[in-house]
Unconditional design. Structure first.
Length: 237
């Protein structure tokens, strides 16, 4: 009987934690798109290959539904800020699986379906891409490999483990990290201390500024992006 009560207590506790995470996430206001989501029917430009992207060879398709999520909602949407849909099956397949990049208005977006981190596929949808000074691109997303590990461990330990993993995974989803995308390569590189040391070679004062961050948070975009902007590695939005 005691064991049963313990299980029920843990179950309720985890649900409570999940509820707190939901409240904290939906209460945060940090949005440049909209408060919740918007939907627009429009024409978008796309590239099927990274060679086309490098050469600036864009094609266009019309009658596309563009759905944008506010920054406060993106973690619940897998970290993605944009989704493209269409009543035309060919167009829908094109944007979902075939296109590597889309230009919506003045925003460059990469198709996550073509990217992988440490053996883990990113999944579906699009995310903003920021061009770096060396020609590569920076994207901000959650740590997909870490998320995958959290969910896998939860599955190993049954219901309670899965619930605990869900709470932990929700936390990971809000801890945005930075990835470097090299055009033509499916595998991306997460920015950590070693990568920052390389990127900031010759700028020890900026590396020292970055390194003062709590060790557990040194992969977080909120600490990395401002330093990269100061170094001129990525431009101001």
């Amino acid at each position: 009987m005691k064991t049963k009560h313990l299980v029920v207590f843990m179950f309720v506790s985890v649900l409570s934690l999940l509820g707190q995470n939901v409240y904290a996430q939906t209460s945060e206001v940090n949005d440049t798109i909209s408060q919740d989501s918007t939907s627009t029917i429009t024409t978008v430009n796309y590239c099927i290959t990274y060679d086309d992207l490098q050469a600036g060879h864009w094609s266009s398709v019309d009658s596309v539904e563009v759905v944008t999520k506010s920054r406060t909602k993106q973690a619940w949407w897998g970290g993605k800020g944009f989704k493209f849909d269409s009543d035309n099956k060919a167009t829908k397949r094109l944007l979902k699986k075939e296109a590597v990049a889309v230009m919506y208005r003045d925003t460059l977006l990469f198709n996550l379906n073509h990217l992988k981190d440490r053996g883990t596929l990113f999944g579906k949808g699009y995310v903003r891409a920021h061009k770096m000074a060396d020609g590569r691109y920076l994207i901000l997303y959650f740590d997909v490999a870490k998320m995958n590990t959290k969910m896998a461990v939860g599955g190993m330990f049954g219901l309670i483990g899965s619930l605990a993993a869900s709470a932990s995974a929700n936390k990971v989803a809000k801890q945005t990290v930075c990835y470097i995308v090299t055009l033509g390569e499916k595998k991306v590189k997460i920015i950590d201390e070693k990568v920052m040391l390389s990127l900031l070679a010759g700028r020890p004062e900026l590396y020292d500024e970055y390194y003062k961050t709590n060790k557990k948070e040194r992969t977080y975009a909120e600490h990395i992006v401002p330093v990269l902007k100061k170094a001129g590695i990525v431009g101001e939005d």
